[in-house]
Design a protein around this ligand. Structure first.
Ligand SMILES: Nc1nc2c(ncn2[C@@H]2O[C@H](COP(=O)(O)OP(=O)(O)OP(=O)(O)O)[C@@H](O)[C@H]2O)c(=O)[nH]1
Ligand SMILES: [Mg+2]
Length: 205
């Protein structure tokens, strides 16, 4: 399936402190398996995946950003046009949770205030080392009007669900007319990127 055959192109950014598992989550989502020898992201890395959600074929443009502070001014240039932000923190690292408020602000300031946000509490497999309870994280998300999900990029726990949840939310907004459909129609065939994957089967949904 090509971009032209898709109903929509959705741009999502993946942000959050360094070492929380952004790249690992994205790799699992695209390849369906755990990444080996993941390296710190330097700047921004683009991936794409074509999916079928609620009978719509969607090309997901996924921008994985470096969490390190020194890349902040570079990465914010990539927020423009994003319909959604996946903000990742590490449930065993309270600093990464404390930084969420800033990340939400970045997402709303550097894209637009209506950007859809899902907070991802990653490393759920390390539950025994948890420093942020699910209850605390859920309450924070309720107060900030954002979605919440816990994942593990190691086991694959709820990785697909995280991406599907935010995609579904954007589709709901489209149906309500809150997003201009013309802005997200596939306009042209882009050259196939190195990390681009396509479904091996026909869309059956
Ligand atoms: N136990 C566990 N480790 C994880 C998980 N996700 C990522 N890691 C590990 O956490 C470390 C950082 O993972 P990355 O995916 O590079 O994190 P990142 O957020 O992309 O980091 P930056 O690129 O520096 O922003 C690596 O050693 C991963 O193997 C997870 O779900 N569980
Ligand atoms: Mg990374």
């Amino acid at each position: 399936m090509t971009e032209e055959q898709c109903d929509y192109v959705f741009k999502f950014i993946i942000i959050g402190n360094g070492n929380c598992g952004k790249t690992s989550l994205l790799y699992h989502y695209i390849h369906g398996t755990q990444i080996c020898n993941v390296r710190q992201t330097l700047g921004v890395q683009f991936s794409a995946k074509i999916v079928c959600v609620n009978k719509k074929k969607i090309k997901m443009q996924l921008w994985d950003t470096a969490g390190q502070e020194r890349y902040r001014s570079l990465t914010k240039g990539y927020y423009r046009g994003a319909l959604g932000a996946l903000i990742v923190f590490d449930i065993t690292n309270s600093d990464s949770f404390d930084a969420l408020q800033d990340w939400i602000k970045h997402a709303r300031d550097f894209s637009k205030p209506s950007i859809q946000i899902i907070i991802i509490g990653n490393k759920a497999d390390l539950d025994k080392e948890r420093s942020i309870s699910e209850q605390t994280a859920k309450q924070f998300c309720q107060e900030n009007d954002v979605q919440y999900i816990e994942t593990s990029a190691n086991t694959g726990y709820q990785v697909n669900e995280a991406f599907t949840q935010i995609t579904t939310k954007v589709l709901d907004l489209l149906q309500e007319g809150a997003i201009d459909e013309n802005m997200i129609k596939p306009k042209f065939l882009t050259s196939k990127k190195s990390d681009e994957t396509q479904p091996t089967q026909q869309c059956n949904c």
